[in-house]
Write a protein that binds this ligand. Structure first.
Ligand SMILES: [Zn+2]
Ligand SMILES: [Zn+2]
Length: 198
């Protein structure tokens, strides 16, 4: 099955690159494995294992686009392991981890695109033909060539329960939501005004 990111994906992501569409494929594969659809609301969770300071993190935009597990809906939490993998979890359907095969990453490294990247060029500054070369090659590879799939039967995750309750901070006058209200001398404060950590 060919999992090509929709047209709006590049617009949302900002540039054309290989790792956003790889993340899209990753998300689609995880969804197919679990037998689930794209999440419209708040019922599915993605845990990408990326860290910071490595440039393949574009992957996570593709994962969000495919699965609907977005940062803004609080359906996405990075583990910070510094690896190119994601676990997708839907209560009642289970969890699956999809990881990139080292052999695939090694095979991709030979493309000119990465010479530009290592020389400090941003993806939007790289000639389209150079980007297309590596993206087209990736698209032509099977899921089996790209990914390892691991069922995670013991995986659990308990999302924080939402609440609309809020209070006005007596110091700055701004609203602060329930979980973050701190009482100082019995008066509601936001965390920054209370002057301590979370
Ligand atoms: Zn990108
Ligand atoms: Zn305040």
């Amino acid at each position: 099955m060919l999992d090509l990111a929709p047209g709006w994906a590049n617009e949302f992501h900002g540039h054309h690159c290989p790792f956003m569409p790889i993340g899209y494929r990753m998300g689609r594969l995880a969804m197919r494995t679990l037998g689930v659809e794209r999440e419209p609301d708040h019922g599915m969770f993605a845990f990408p294992e990326i860290g910071v300071g490595h440039p393949q993190t574009c992957m996570v935009d593709g994962i969000q686009i495919a699965t609907g597990c977005t940062y803004g809906k609080l359906l996405l939490e990075k583990t910070g392991a510094g690896k190119l993998a994601v676990t997708l979890f839907k209560p009642g359907k289970g969890a699956v981890r999809v990881a990139m095969k080292p052999e695939f990453m090694d095979g991709m490294a030979r493309f000119e695109f990465f010479k530009y990247r290592k020389a400090g060029k941003e993806p939007s500054e790289i000639p389209a033909a150079v980007t297309n070369e590596v993206v087209d090659w990736m698209v032509g590879q099977t899921d089996d060539a790209l990914f390892i799939i691991q069922p995670k039967p013991d995986f659990t995750y308990q999302p924080v329960k939402g609440s609309f309750n809020k209070a006005r901070c007596v110091k700055c006058g701004e609203y602060v939501f329930e979980r973050y209200v701190r009482l100082v001398d019995g008066q509601p404060h936001c965390v920054p005004c209370a002057g301590h950590g979370r």
